[in-house]
Design a protein around this ligand. Structure first.
Ligand code: SF4
Length: 483
């Protein structure tokens, strides 16, 4: 049984040592280490193979539109008030789906479908139905498909929830973030608690059986009391799952974040304290801690999957389905098929241009090579189970123990005959525990070291490199951070 009190014994020095930016490992290698766009012919071959195989797949649909810009946003989003822009997007999505259907030659069966954004429920009821019909022509969707979507409580209506239930959706993730009025004002997203409660009530009344909340710690003006109130108010609404993400302040990547007062952001130690208090409240209220930052009721499928050792992780985050293949459609969507990671053009204009040219809108990617798959499997297991069986060690035991010696010394992991486990202390730094398994990170660090010593030798020490030392701890923008 996890001893949560251990967290209070983590020293500020240890926290500072591990307060470093790094990926969330929804893929391995992580996106910044991908080796470039795959060739079109090779990708077509993979899609053909995907159509022939009989295992059900996972499907992600990206809907980038939002009614207003949230200042903390790290997602691929386009702010608009014009419904016809969505219609035009759906027309092109239909073309992308037709191209995929031709490439696959068959309608793959879908075990798990997620609509993310942007704000999927920015679409009108008619647009939601049209989109679902379009998907049905390319994929086999039905009672066997677990369908979920992200939703903005400010745009949630009864007719919309009813429509989505009729389309087979059973789980909705509401972007709650923080319920404090001062924080909401500072992040440009005002949605009073009563509005969130109404959205939850509507969804439940219309038959949604899975309610997820996304919360964010590390936002401007968050104090321990304010965030504790957000957590308690959220718990009172009893969502089935809660994801509690750290805010990624990356104004050099997301210009709108410059409107956030950096002076009002909690520092690294304060962020950890916010997260620690939230975890204790979640667990105290009967939720189980899953992976890095997810919490679920014991009755939820995610908790059961964790206990049965079948919890999985992909670009959509933690999941109960271990679909070996994920197909992403829409701007910026990522697919993972047979060790091929392929990302669609991340900018709406480029995605449109490629589709208008009659080409699959592929912009980047990576083909797993060497020991990528073995290391990826090890990292995924560690991110899901806070432990690594010896059978998944990507190097021999001696090398593993050498690799992890500093973390053993810091009391974060232990080794025994079965493998490696996170300690109660290490459980709080789960993402960091994956870093030694990341060969790309290691080679980048070695390159930087070599470069720095070369620069030292000619008196050119750079200040403020890509890792932005001195910034609050950040997670790089994720596949679908928060709506
Ligand atoms: S946080 Fe969500 S709703 Fe807000 S701008 Fe980003 S994608 Fe849109």
């Amino acid at each position: 049984m996890l001893d949560l009190q251990v967290s209070s014994k983590i020293s500020p020095e240890l926290l500072a040592k591990y307060d470093v930016a790094g990926p969330r490992y929804t893929s391995y290698p992580a996106v910044p280490d991908w080796n470039g766009a795959p060739d079109a012919a090779g990708w077509a071959t993979q899609l053909r193979a995907l159509g022939r195989q009989r295992e059900p797949i996972a499907l992600y649909v990206h809907l980038p539109f939002c009614a207003a810009q949230c200042l903390y946003c790290g997602c691929n989003a386009t702010v608009t008030t014009r419904a016809e822009i969505v219609d035009r997007y759906l027309s092109r999505l239909r073309i992308e789906l037709d191209m995929l259907a031709r490439a696959m030659g068959e309608r793959p069966r879908v075990a798990e479908m997620h609509w993310g954004g942007g704000t999927p429920n920015f679409l009108s009821d008619a647009q939601l139905a049209t989109l679902h019909d379009m998907l049905l022509t390319t994929f086999e969707l039905g009672a066997h498909t677990e369908s979920s979507l992200e939703a903005d409580p400010r745009l949630t209506t009864r007719s919309q929830m009813r429509m989505l239930r009729q389309l087979g959706f059973t789980r909705v993730s509401f972007g709650v973030q923080d319920l404090d009025p001062v924080v909401q004002e500072a992040i440009g997203r005002v949605q009073p608690r009563a509005m969130v409660q109404d959205a939850v009530t509507l969804a439940r009344e219309e038959g949604f059986t899975g309610i997820n909340f996304d919360l964010i710690y590390g936002l401007p003006h968050q104090t321990p009391d304010r965030f504790a109130a957000t957590v308690e108010d959220s718990l009172a609404m009893r969502p089935d799952r809660i994801a509690c993400f750290g805010y990624a302040h990356v104004p050099w990547m997301r210009a709108h974040q410059r409107r956030i007062d950096a002076q009002a952001l909690p520092n690294g130690a304060e962020r950890f304290a916010l997260f620690r208090d939230a975890v204790q409240r979640f667990v105290g209220a009967g939720y189980e801690w899953i992976g890095i930052d997810h919490f679920a009721l014991p009755t939820d499928a995610l908790t059961k999957a964790m206990h049965h050792g079948v919890l999985h992780r992909n670009f959509m985050g933690y999941t109960t389905q271990h679909s070996p293949h994920l197909l992403g459609v829409g701007v910026s969507a990522i697919s993972a098929v047979n060790g091929w990671f392929v990302q669609n053009a991340p900018q709406l204009g480029e995605w449109q241009r490629q589709i208008d040219r009659g080409a699959l809108p592929v912009a980047g990617g990576h083909i797993q090579q060497g020991d990528d798959q073995g290391r990826g499997a090890a990292i995924t297991h560690l991110m899901c189970h806070a432990a690594l069986p010896a059978s998944l060690f990507p190097v021999d035991r001696e090398a593993m123990q050498a690799l992890y010696a500093p973390l053993v010394d810091d009391g974060l992991v232990t080794f025994d005959a079965t493998g490696m486990q996170a300690t109660d202390q290490g459980r709080w730094l789960l993402r960091n525990l994956a870093f030694p398994l990341d060969a790309y990170r290691a080679s980048r660090a070695a390159e930087q070291l070599a470069q720095q010593s070369a620069e030292h030798s000619v008196g050119l020490v750079r200040q403020g490199t890509a890792s932005h030392p001195g910034m609050p701890a950040v997670h790089p923008p994720r596949f679908s951070q928060a709506v």
